[in-house]
Design a binder for this molecule. Structure first.
Ligand SMILES: [Zn+2]
Length: 93
């Protein structure tokens, strides 16, 4: 037996699916931006490590961030400007 689902019900389910996914994406973006915000700040157009206060200009965004030797931040992290850009891009959808 073929179960026929009315079109309106299908559309409602699809709508719930899409809005739920958007909410999940937003939550994920918020979590990522909070995480980024805990590690970095932007001061006078430069991204600054909150652990060692070393900074990097936007024009150097593709270079590896250079932390102070005693910094406990993970040096293997993706460049902070690139990460911020990707978070904002994802949040915009
Ligand atoms: Zn650092």
């Amino acid at each position: 037996m073929v179960l026929r689902v009315p079109l309106t019900l299908t559309l409602v389910v699809r709508y719930i699916d899409v809005t739920h996914q958007a909410r999940v994406d937003t939550m994920d973006s918020e979590r990522r931006i909070e995480h980024w915000n805990a590690r970095w700040m932007i001061v006078a157009g430069r991204v600054v490590c909150t652990s060692c206060i070393e900074s990097q200009a936007l024009m150097d965004c593709e270079r590896q961030f250079s932390h102070a030797r005693e910094c406990d931040a993970d040096a293997e992290d993706a460049p902070p400007w690139i990460t911020l850009h990707s978070i904002l891009d994802a949040a915009r959808g």
